[in-house]
Design a protein around this ligand. Structure first.
Ligand code: THU
Length: 137
């Protein structure tokens, strides 16, 4: 699949975004190692802090369906600027895919590419907890 095709799947989610508070729809498409793609949109809430970003929507859809290996993510907003993942999404993605490739697109379908390692340098992941911490739970 080309980057443009993955971005197109993300773009197709923009009309499904539930963003009455921000007016800022976002679409995402997350590609699993086996080629499966899970899409997502942002889902806001009257209790603003309970809102969920498009990237995390796609991620929890994928993980809840049994996928844990991810290769690429496309994220797009209906803006001239390239839509970049927020800090919380970078952290959630890092748990499963520290080497993820991320395409950040604008409404024209133009995009920038970065690795998750570039977006979240020196990220905190499962390895940081160490075997000692894990065995004590
Ligand atoms: N948002 C996303 O869904 N993903 C991003 O990468 C940036 C921000 C959402 C959160 C909120 O619903 C709206 O965009 C404005 O911040």
């Amino acid at each position: 699949m080309t980057p443009e095709e993955l971005i197109e799947q993300a773009r197709a989610m923009l009309p499904r975004a539930y963003a009455p508070y921000s007016g800022f729809p976002v679409g995402a498409a997350l590609e699993c190692a086996d080629g499966t793609v899970y899409t997502g949109c942002n889902v806001e809430n009257a209790a603003y802090g309970s809102s969920l970003c498009a990237e995390r929507t796609a991620l929890v859809k994928a993980v809840s369906e049994g996928h844990r290996h991810f290769i690429r993510l496309a994220v797009i907003g209906n803006t001239e600027d390239f839509c970049t993942p927020c800090g919380a999404c970078r952290q959630m993605l890092y748990e499963f895919a520290p080497d993820l490739t991320v395409y950040m697109a604008n409404r024209r379908g133009e995009y920038r590419t970065a690795s998750l390692g570039e977006l979240l340098p020196q990220g905190f992941g499962p390895d940081a907890l160490g075997s000692e911490a894990r065995s004590s739970t």
